[in-house]
Design a protein around this ligand. Sequence first.
Ligand code: SAH
Length: 248
Amino acid sequence: MDIPRIFTITESAHRIHNPLTPEKYATLGAALRLEPGTRVLDLGSGSGEMLCTWARDHGITGTGIDMSPLFTEQARRRAQELGVAARVRFIHGDATGYVAEEKAGVAACLGATWIGGGVAGTLGLLTKSLQPGGIILIGEPYWRKVPRAEDVARGCLAHAVSDFLPLPNLIASFGDLNYDVVEMVLADREGWDRYEAAKWFTMRRWLEANRGDDYAKEVRDTLTREPHRYAAYTREYLGWGAFALMAR
Ligand code: SAH
């Protein structure tokens, strides 16, 4: 079981697979006022940076589930490196329908809400693993500037303008689902640059090391396209935020 190969190439050197930076994750951990021993569940945990650093900085315990064997292995290595391997565990698997045996104080899904079939479905899924009064954490893109045309949305790698909402509407949509938004940390453009531009260098290095690979043409084409596409579309139009929600 694995995710499409392009991601395991372009994001193989990433610790964080979204536009939040290490500083933003630290801000988010502090903003959530995490108590030592809080159980955190993370669906689509990537390379585990959130759980590992929060275990180190706040003494949380955590479980992460991710479909990428590579990212899951990187998460386990990171836990060793930060000395928190006894407090966090990383499961390789499909998080679709995953419900934790022990209920969590924080149940998170950052940048992978397709796991629950969208934001509303993911809130429903995470709630099944949440203690009463717990916090749900959702990481989701929003339109910083709403595209005037569908080709701009496609330039942002969305299917359509309707894929995302502007920030006020996204926040209102959580209210419509009967959740209070109790905190948020938003990515900035420098964070987007770290997420996107870091892929270019990784691709270039991969190409140099894998000249004969069947997949080299795909990576070559992606590297040729991506810097301009990103500067023209994603950087201009897309925002990204982590939203902390509590059921009303
Ligand atoms: N939350 C992480 C990763 C976000 S990227 C971070 O902030 O760094 C999206 C992640 O979802 C990737 O690591 C990908 O491997 C994972 N993923 C995609 N589909 C999944 C599924 N069905 N179940 C579990 N993980 C999935």
